[in-house]
Design a protein around this ligand. Structure first.
Ligand SMILES: O=C(O)CCC(=O)C(=O)O
Ligand SMILES: [Fe+2]
Length: 267
C-alpha cells in the first residue's frame, strides 16, 4: 500500500474534498483484495448486512438494484478484509491526509456496479451515517480499472465546505441534490478515473456520483467509511442493528471497539 502523504496532498484534499492515488496497491496486494472481496461477496448471496434484510439487494427497488450491489461490513466475515481495511498504515494515511488525530471504522462496503449498471446519483456520504462530523471520510479502492465507460467517480470540488449536512437520496434523478444544494449546481464535476489498484479518498460532505457502466463487465470497488474519535450518535440507525440503535441515546459516544475498531491514533 502506497500510504505516503506529502503536504501538497493534504492541501489538495482540504481544498477540494477529495484525493486520488492511482498507485495505491501493488499488483500482489490487488490480487489479495480481489480474492478476499470476491470470496466474501459470493458468501453473502445478496445479504447487504448480516442480521437484517434492510440492505438486501432484493429490497433495493428496480433502480437501486441496477446501480450497485452493496455489501456492508465484509471485515466481519473475512479476516483478510479486516487486515486491509483496518490496517494501521491505512489509518495513518487517512489521518495525515485529513488532519485527524485518530480514526475508527464506521463500516466497509463492496460496491459493484453491474454490467450496464445505472449511474450513481450525486450525493454526500456522512449525512447517511449515525454520527455527523464534517471530518469523516471514505476510501474507494478500484478492484477493476474505473473509467468514464464503466462508472468512475465524479467529484464536485469544494462542496465539502458548505458547513452543513444537507443531502438527497441515491435515486434515478442524478441531480436531486442540487435541489437542496443549489449553490453547487454550477460547479463543473471532476472525473476520477483510476487504474485497478488505485484509490480515491473523499470527505463525507463532498458531493460525488458515478457514471453508468456501459460495458459488459462489472466495475468492482471496495470501500471503507471512517469516523473521527469522539463521534456521537445522532439518532440515525444506518448500519446499526435494531438492538444497537435501541441501546443508544442521541449524544452517546460511538466508540465500541468491536463495532467501530480503531485503526490509528497519533501519539
Ligand atoms: O461506487 C459507486 O458507484 C458510488 C460510490 C460512493 O458513493 C462512495 O464510495 O461513497
Ligand atoms: Fe458515496
Amino acid at each position: 500500500m502506497n500510504t505516503r502523504i506529502e503536504p501538497k496532498d493534504r492541501a489538495f484534499y482540504l481544498e477540494n474534498g477529495y484525493f486520488a492515488r492511482p498507485d495505491f496497491l501493488s499488483p500482489e496486494e490487488l490480487e489479495a483484495w480481489r480474492a478476499a472481496v470476491g470470496n466474501s461477496v459470493s458468501a453473502r448471496q445478496g445479504n447487504g448486512l448480516p442480521g437484517t434484510d434492510r440492505y438486501d439487494t432484493k429490497n433495493k427497488g428496480e433502480y437501486g438494484r441496477d446501480t450497485f450491489l452493496q455489501l456492508i461490513n465484509l471485515w466481519k466475515d473475512n479476516p483478510a478484509i479486516g487486515r486491509l481495511i483496518l490496517s494501521e498504515a491505512l489509518g495513518r494515511m487517512l489521518c495525515e491526509l485529513s488532519g485527524l488525530e485518530g480514526i475508527r471504522l464506521w463500516h466497509d462496503q463492496a460496491l459493484i456496479k453491474p454490467p450496464w449498471g445505472n449511474p450513481t446519483a450525486y450525493h454526500r456520504d456522512n449525512p447517511y451515517w449515525s454520527f455527523h462530523d464534517a471530518r469523516a471520510l471514505s476510501i474507494w479502492v478500484a478492484l477493476d480499472a474505473a473509467t468514464r465507460d464503466n462508472g468512475c467517480l465524479y467529484y464536485i470540488p469544494g462542496s465539502h465546505r458548505s458547513g452543513d449536512f444537507r443531502n438527497s437520496g441515491i435515486g434515478p434523478r442524478l441531480g436531486d441534490i442540487y435541489g437542496v444544494l443549489p449553490e453547487f449546481a454550477g460547479v463543473e464535476p471532476v472525473a476520477a478515473p483510476l487504474p485497478a489498484g488505485g484509490c480515491v479518498i473523499h470527505n463525507g460532505l463532498t458531493i460525488h456520483g458515478a457514471g453508468a457502466n456501459m460495458t459488459p463487465r462489472p466495475r468492482r470497488a471496495m470501500t471503507g467509511q471512517f469516523m473521527p474519535l469522539r463521534a456521537v450518535y445522532n439518532g440515525i440507525q444506518n448500519v446499526l442493528s435494531d438492538e444497537e440503535a435501541a441501546s443508544l441515546k442521541v449524544g452517546d459516544p460511538l466508540e465500541d471497539r468491536q463495532r467501530n475498531p480503531l485503526l490509528f491514533q497519533a501519539g
